[in-house]
Design a protein around this ligand. Structure first.
Ligand code: PMP
Length: 426
């Protein structure tokens, strides 16, 4: 059996059918914006490896931080013990995130960060005498991960809730905000969607929190909505004793052109979930941050302890990688980089507006999307990767890129040419 045959017969890949495994490339190494295949082909990673490889692959500052940490303390349990990488990362996170978020819970992956955030909300409500508040409201077309509670707040259609009926918790869904980030805000609550939120919170006293991806809905459709929706949603949540959870796993760390999507708003969430680019994509890690109201609310309630504690909580290698990645962000270079990505993509993708089959073209920060009027095939895009020299993995109707911030002008041009070619051929 060749290595690829072994892979096809034994290794499950994301969202695949083992009876009909999709095409797969064998990657031998990666550096900067580039991944190298076993046959020597080099492809630009137009996906930043599912949106996490912010500063490029194998960044020397991050790999050195991991190597140094490996030589001292690769792992130790976090129960009753602590270490400098966790503390230093914590200080850095507090410097960068909204000031009210003073408590950090480290965990393993984005989905777990969402589980932790949802659990915090339920435990807080229980602690403050609202034990009936165990459910969640969210907007349609969202995506929050593949674990059970996270899945329950993913879009009910694309998240295929019907497949898991009876197993996945039933939550409240309202329409996604109708006003786009590029449009003028509409002050009419029925039109902008806030009336639905208000009505849902008025009618149902079993809601613990409103959870959503702020400003950019990622996997659910690459939709960019108006931040004013979030400002006003905050007030509605407050009026009904409902917490506000922002899932910034995809949007965090500069991707939308602001350090956090929250920075497009004038408010702060009660709970913030971070992951993906937290370590510059070099190692799996995530965290859930919250304010003192929630943390101390839980602490002063019964039983007081927060009921979560993963084995690899605050893994020192991951903390060291994350601290190094945040140090790179602290230089502020990401601002010029994302501005350059967005300016260049806007110019180079302008041609897509008039192409047949294209429904919309949109760019925000380091995200560029060509939305088609039909569903496109990721497998066909895979087939074109070696010809375009760019690895892209469209989903649904969206052909998109979230390039590493370090991409050069030439590399970005190669990505936009690939996007246009895919839009023409898929
Ligand atoms: N939330 C959002 C907004 C995401 O985009 C993702 C991953 N695409 C997740 C949660 C889940 O993260 P992970 O895949 O690390 O579990």
């Amino acid at each position: 059996m060749t290595p690829l045959e072994f892979d096809q017969h034994h290794l499950w890949h994301p969202y695949t059918n083992v009876a009909k495994p999709g095409p797969t490339f064998r990657v031998s190494e990666a550096e900067g914006a580039w991944i190298t295949l076993d046959d020597g082909t080099r492809l630009i990673d137009g996906m930043s490896s599912w949106w996490c490889m912010l500063h490029g692959h194998r960044h020397p500052v991050i790999t050195k931080a991991i190597h140094d940490q490996l030589d001292r303390l690769p792992h130790v349990m976090f129960g009753g013990l602590t270490h400098d990488p966790a503390i230093e990362l914590g200080r850095k996170l507090l410097d960068m995130t909204p000031p009210s978020l003073q408590r950090i819970f480290y965990c393993d992956s984005g989905s777990v960060a969402v589980e932790v955030g949802m659990k915090m909300a339920v435990q807080y409500q229980h602690a403050v005498g609202q034990p009936q508040r165990t459910k969640f409201v969210t907007i349609r077309s969202g995506y929050h991960g593949d674990t059970w509670k996270a899945m329950s707040v993913c879009d009910p259609v694309t998240g295929m809730h019907h497949l898991f009926q009876g197993a996945v918790s039933v939550q409240y869904f309202i329409d996604k905000p109708s006003v786009r980030i590029t449009d003028d805000w509409i002050e009419d609550d029925v039109q902008n969607g806030l009336a639905q939120l208000r009505q849902t919170l008025e009618r149902h006293e079993d809601i613990a929190a409103f959870i959503l991806e702020p400003v950019v809905q990622g996997t659910g459709g690459m939709y960019f909505f108006h931040p004013e929706y979030l400002n006003q949603a905050r007030a509605i949540c407050d009026a009904h004793g409902v917490l506000l959870i922002f899932d910034e796993i995809a949007t965090g760390f500069g991707r939308t052109g602001k350090l956090f999507a929250t920075d497009h708003t004038t408010i702060e969430p009660d709970i913030l979930c971070l992951g993906k680019a937290l370590t510059g994509g070099h190692i799996s890690f995530a965290c859930t941050m919250t304010n003192d109201r929630v943390a101390l609310g839980i602490g002063h309630g019964e039983p007081g302890i927060f009921m979560h504690g993963p084995t690899f909580m605050a893994n020192p290698l991951a903390c060291a990688a994350a601290k190094a990645s945040l140090d790179l962000l602290s230089t502020g270079e990401w601002q010029d980089q994302t501005r350059r990505i967005s300016d260049q993509m806007k110019t180079e993708l302008a041609a897509a507006h008039t192409m047949p089959g294209v429904a919309d073209v949109r760019v925000l920060g380091g995200i560029a999307v060509i939305e088609m009027d039909h569903v496109v095939s990721a497998d066909k895009a895979h087939g074109l990767a070696k010809e375009t020299g760019v690895y892209l993995r469209p989903f649904g109707k969206n052909i998109y890129t979230m390039p590493p911030f370090i991409c050069s002008t030439e590399e970005l041009s190669q990505i936009s040419a690939a996007l246009l070619r895919l839009a023409g051929e898929l």
